[in-house]
Design a protein around this ligand. Sequence first.
Ligand code: PMP
Length: 394
Amino acid sequence: MTNWTLAARAAKMNSSAIREILKLTDRPGIISMAGGLPAPASFPISAFTQACNTVMERDGAAALQYSTTEGFPALRQAIADFLPWDVSPEQILITTGSQQALDLIGKIFMDKGSRILVEKPTYLGALQAFTPFEPVAVGVNSDSEGMLIDDFAAKVGSGEDKARVAYILPNFQNPTGRTMSEERRQALVDKAKELDIPLVEDNPYGDLWYEGEPALPLAARNPEGVIYMGSFSKVLAPGLRVGFIVAPKSVYGKLTQAKQAADLHSPSFNQRVVAEVMKDGFLASHIPTIRAMYKVQRDVMLVALEREMEGLDVHWTRPVGGMFLWVTLPQGMNAQDLLPEAVERGMAFVPGAPFYADEAEHNTLRLSYVTVSPEQINKGIAALAAAIRAQLAK
Ligand code: PMP
């Protein structure tokens, strides 16, 4: 045994509650709706094989050499061309997954005790990324369209205690699956501008829409007031660890310095491969295949919930894109207590409480529908309903 003294920060770090739960539920035979992984069938393996060969043959040593912190110019250009508003490649910083973007944002904006605003609930990985900087994360009340503007304004605070950033997921939110309406987006951007609060917009799922394209991103409405994060994890492959930030000029330099200190740059080879795969409009043909696949699975899950939850006081969101759906159990039922009942019956989910920055709603849970087949969805939702009935009978 050593007697080493770790930083106070290390004591605050914790493994994601989800990863802990996955250890229990990733057993053979369990139908897991708990994970957040994209469907492996969506990875374009042959396009990658070709692109890897091209990059090695064409670029050779350059693909294996150190490169600039900002990122591979052709990839930054391809991203600027792909985004649905006017973005200059100079504003784009390539990151090692968008998870790194969260860390960099924490580094440049958050001191111990800094107030930050988050949705209720929000992405657990963001709470984890911000925690080492010891901010005070305040949950803003939200409805089916996202943050309520009045509560946002009421919680911004002032003076020393004014919120440093507000972190928002407008499209097919992880964990709820909800999407902000056109009106709410504009109202939030206007209010944030008025109060001079930077918005951090996290949009890894925005291209995975099933019922028409979502309204324009927050960043498109006020590019100098929004730090936008994107990712190739859900439209190409998460193992590449390639994401990006579109940053206002005022913070681009600081984010780049923070990244330089963190990892110098994201992998040169991966960046070149993504740029090569993106050539000639590949995403425009590839993304619709993912949408089509996920839409079928979402539909099966919605029908299964309708059928199996009949007569129960259980409610759920109807996501119009993305990978997740959010379930509200009868008042007083704790999803954490329900989990063993569900696992015993052969299915797993993630309890909702860890997704809340402050007061949690314990009667909530998240379901992912993208890595389970229609047959598994039907069986899994029936098992969930049986677990809820058993819990109610206790
Ligand atoms: N933001 C959200 C909302 C996510 O769901 C995820 C992945 N689960 C990330 C960021 C991080 O993704 P990546 O680092 O793979 O880009």
